[in-house]
Design a protein around this ligand. Sequence first.
Ligand code: NAP
Length: 432
Amino acid sequence: MTASPLRIGIAGLGTVGAGTLKVLRAHADLLALRAGRELKPVAVSARARGKNRGVSLDGLRWCDDPLQLAADPEIDVVAELIGGSDGIARGLCELALRNGKHVVTANKALLAHHGAALARAAETAGRALAFEAAVAGGIPIIKALREGLAANRITQLYGILNGTCNYILTQMRTEGREFSAVLAEAQKLGYAEADPSFDVDGIDAGHKLAILAASAFGGEVDFGAVSLEGIRHVTLADIRFAEELGYRIKLLGIARRTELGIEQRVHPCMVPLAAPIASVDGVYNAVVVEGDSVGTTVFEGRGAGEGPTASAVVADLLDIARGHKIPAFGVPAARLAKLPRAPLAKRKGPCYVRLMVVDRPGIFAAVAASLRDHQISMESVLQRGRAPDAVVPVVMTLHEATEAALQQALAEIARHDGIVEPPRMIRIETFA
Ligand SMILES: NC(=O)c1ccc[n+]([C@@H]2O[C@H](COP(=O)([O-])OP(=O)(O)OC[C@H]3O[C@@H](n4cnc5c(N)ncnc54)[C@H](OP(=O)(O)O)[C@@H]3O)[C@@H](O)[C@H]2O)c1
């Protein structure tokens, strides 16, 4: 082989960084064959030098400070696998690009907040900014959007983007347990962080959705445009009612082109049991993309973990080694602009509502009147267990209504006598 090796500096040797090093080592010959040149790790950086990482660091230069990788003339590409939306990760990527190095990162938080600025810096430097591992782990969804589906006008995409939430919702359904019990177990098993809010409040999925929307619609990453709602309020009762009504509850990220602009939202959804996404369970991720020429495409796979994320990082390195250059978000960075926002208040769709009601005559009539006053019509009503003056769940599915009307009606209903908890609403998405 005559071409010079691609010299790689790896910052961060945790799950993703150590996994990347393992794949680069295990498949060195195959990768060199595919790239036409060697993919050669030359230097690494992490905090604790003596830590066993399950992979040998022999022959690699150790840098106490990751910024040394960005300054090193013997390095062509920096893989930022540390994490965090600012601080050292951001500084490293910016400096590496300024110094004319390509950057590969798995850092969705960084991209969600600074993706457009980094894309511009990469373009100015004439270098690649690649981030396949940042969204849906091993699923090559960024490549699909930027390349394989590039002939399409994307109409919508949606997906299960957070494995922790999908695991929790799956366990609640299959084991018949409540959210808090499943979360505690997931934390014990290492599937959920000690502070789970990034996952269960939808923030992580929101980061990924903002990156997907930018890649699909060719705009700036705009995390502030994403409406976020997590899964803390989903109960086992909701999951059971959903099944009875023919739906499954999933935390989805949805980006949709509408007449008003691009909707970007993350929230629990009821999806029809027959929808492909309904049967994606456990820690798996899935993304559905709809394009005007291609129709519907479905991608599914492992969204996190050492192997899947390393697979994505190394694929990006291989592209760089081949000299394959694609703008970070599919269009030249100089042309990136904020996508027009379609506010959630304008969403029109059906939904599920659960009320906890004192079983007493007249209360339901008042609920029905509030809905009627906001031009919202009921599709079905379920009530389980009758016991005068006891609190019972009443579940309704409502026909298509605007979000604004729905929120007003629910606020009014919450004030009625005999409604003992705030109404719980879960949007129904049929993707028709
Ligand atoms: N884990 C996944 O499945 C997954 C999936 C998709 C994307 N990601 C993203 O990938 C990135 C890395 O995640 P991870 O799970 O691999 O994290 P991790 O296991 O916590 O590893 C982080 C690594 O960064 C090193 N580090 C932290 N601060 C540093 C500093 N100031 N200087 C040098 N090194 C520093 C740590 O060093 P020590 O080991 O010495 O402490 C550690 O090796 C994050 O952006 C994450 O969001 C992760």
